[in-house]
Design a protein around this ligand. Sequence first.
Ligand code: AVJ
Ligand code: FE
Length: 440
Amino acid sequence: LNSLDEDALKELIATELEAVRHRSLGLTTDVLDGPELTAQVSPLMSPLVWDLAHVGNYEELWLLRAAAGVEPMRPEIDDLYNAFEHPRSERPRLPLLPPDEARDYIAAVRAKVLDSLGSVRLNGSSPLTVNGFVYGMVVQHEHQHDETMLATHQLRKGAPALLDPPGTPPPVRDAAPADEVFIEAGPFEMGTSDDPWAYDNERPCHIVDLPAYYIDTEPVTNAAYLSFMEAGGYDSPEWWHPKGWEWRCASGKRAPAFWIREGGQWLRRRFGKVEPVPMDEPVQHVCWYEADAYARWAGKRLPTEAEWEKAARWDPDTGRSRRYPWGDEYEEGRANLGQRMLHPSPEGSFPSGASAYGVRRLIGDVWEWTSTDFRGYPGFRSFPYKEYSEVFFGPDYKVLRGGSWATHPLAVRGTFRNWDFPIRRQIFTGFRCARDAESN
Ligand code: AVJ
Ligand code: FE
């Protein structure tokens, strides 16, 4: 992106805006009827029609009003689509734009954005538009909502919507068994100061010095997680964080979300279909407390966020951090991203996505819980607004890394930070384990 000239960057922005909209419509008005778009399937989620109009309203605020100085189109609806005004559980009762109007509104915003793009300067000195930053922010925002909308689809009880996967990559698998690798003590570069579309919470690049540790080469599989269950993991408070045990008792949960016990077998519901749990795929839909309990049972612990990032990005031979585990450029076929497979890949897949240390599937497949609370890096400065990251800093949220099979390649990289409450399970989340080196 740094190296693109103004016209090439504008062309890329127009292409990516178009691509993400295709996905958003493919998750909403193209595949579901009005009542399904306005229904709320869970108090944790917005009605799909809220997400749809919200991405358009966000685009109007940032790309029309802020970047291009265009007059507001529908200022009276701003409040409805401001995520801070109305919690998700209340959104179905708001006077939302009906599906047809929402689709027309976001299309009208988009037409004006493409019109105004010609007169906005992307290689000037405005930090909002330099290298197309605010356009990248809006594209990533819509991709993030597309992943959220897919989680809403997963929670729906009815017939699955047609998801139109763009294609399934060939299943390349490597026979090398899952293991752990040793990461030597020493400093590495965490975060970024020069990635043009990175969020404020990924900045700035800073040096972090870590003691030696071991980290798993693969995410924890369904088979491994089932061993924890069969060993009485859900009935043994000694493995659980005190708040985790409280959650376990209050919720009555005894298996990952969407697992069903039937005829002595574990099945899972995926987009309305029930199928046997695929034992060699990473476990997903577990909360932080379940991941934390599993790790303790296994004699390990969750990695810190810094341990995750060093294993993913640091190249000890060159003494610098990479943008992705495999290098600085995104390459198709090195990770399970982009809602192509519609599920995580089995263990051993994507060996070409390994990091310098030989750690695999850090990017894609499942978001990975880390032990770290979401906070700003040293030197953090909120940009361009506090409500993206800063208002969530503190002990309430845990950091998730690496993206899932449902994450678009533009919305994840080695520095990307996601966060959620430690009880959340509807997101496409699993984990891997680590341990101190001296504990052997
Ligand atoms: C970064 C995924 C936690 O969905 O709450 C969407 C992304 N921010 N709209 C969220 C986001 C504003 C955010 N997460
Ligand atoms: Fe949003």
